[in-house]
Design a protein around this ligand. Sequence first.
Ligand code: GDP
Length: 217
Amino acid sequence: MPKPALPAVLDAVFLAEVREVGQWPPEGPVEVAIAGRSNVGKSTLLNRLAGRRTLARVSKTPGRTRGIIFYDLALRLPGTSERLALRLVDLPGYGYAQVSRDERKAWQRLVEGYVKARSSLRLFLIVLDARRAPGEEELQLAEWLRSERVPHHLVVTKTDKLRAAEHGSARGKARAAFGPDGPSVSLVSGETGEGVDALWALLVEATGLRDGGAQPL
Ligand code: GDP
């Protein structure tokens, strides 16, 4: 297989944190949203994708309530000179045992509000810990995204915690849990960077960046 043409991340900046439906920043670059259970390794993955150590704070206090965080990236694809824009949208973590029903509802309202409002959303990533089976939250989220016709993809992270022989079964288990209509699956480690090149290649395709589908920053 040819080596994927990976973008260079020229710039990565915080744009906004939004806690209320409707307070979204104006639409601009194509967006990739990232959701996952608290502590799943989402911030580590975001930092790895952006090639910045501290863009997203790696949480030391799981479960703290926060909003949707928008980051703007400027990219250049290999062999091109154009500066392309991509927005990474970090959704609040979910599934923390101590959150109340009200907080769960608030999460759903905010995330559903975002997804329904955003025509620039190209791909929704659901991040899962390689050592866990998908839970009700992930299955319901994928089902809802399917019903809303939002392209989505499962990213299984922390694969460095698995033995090499377990990689295939992690993928198989995730596929089996979601069933035949479930999302495609990538295996990555935010910690070591394993699999992140292939994930970038997928993001470039899914967002249409290669076809000039993004606007320059
Ligand atoms: P978030 O709450 O989903 O943003 O998760 P964080 O990125 O803050 O990570 C939660 C914990 O998991 C931290 O202690 C990270 O160091 C650790 N972690 C995150 N990604 C990985 C990974 O790929 N491999 C390993 N071994 N640990 C990870």
